[in-house]
Write a protein that binds this ligand. Structure first.
Ligand code: FES
Length: 105
């Protein structure tokens, strides 16, 4: 099962197993990690699942949709690596991924 590492706001890193087909957001929420709130439950409408996805990993996931791009644009801490983690679906190629969680409060 793919392992994903979440870098939390305090610098702690937590590595968890995330089943294929779930999202990077699911992996955080189901393991009770802090920082990703996921108010809309993965509907790409709340933007409380903000992460920084390293550029080297970007091509392992689909390009962001127009909706995602519009939401991310106005987030605090937004960078070129910003993604909504509910839109990042885990595949075998996701194993070893390390994302930085950007708290939404
Ligand atoms: S969980 Fe709401 S936009 Fe990702």
């Amino acid at each position: 099962m793919p392992q994903i590492t979440y870098v939390l706001a305090d610098g702690e890193e937590r590595t968890v197993d995330v089943p294929e087909g779930q999202s990077v957001m699911d992996g955080s929420v189901r393991n009770n990690l802090p920082g990703i709130v996921a108010e809309c439950g993965g509907g790409c409408s709340c933007a409380t699942c903000h992460v920084h996805l390293p550029a080297a990993w970007a091509d392992r996931f689909p390009e962001p949709s127009e909706d995602e791009l519009e939401l991310v644009e106005f987030l605090d801490g937004a960078t070129a690596e910003s993604r909504l983690s509910c839109q990042l679906v885990v595949t075998p190629e996701s194993d070893g991924l390390r994302v930085v969680v950007v708290p939404s409060d």
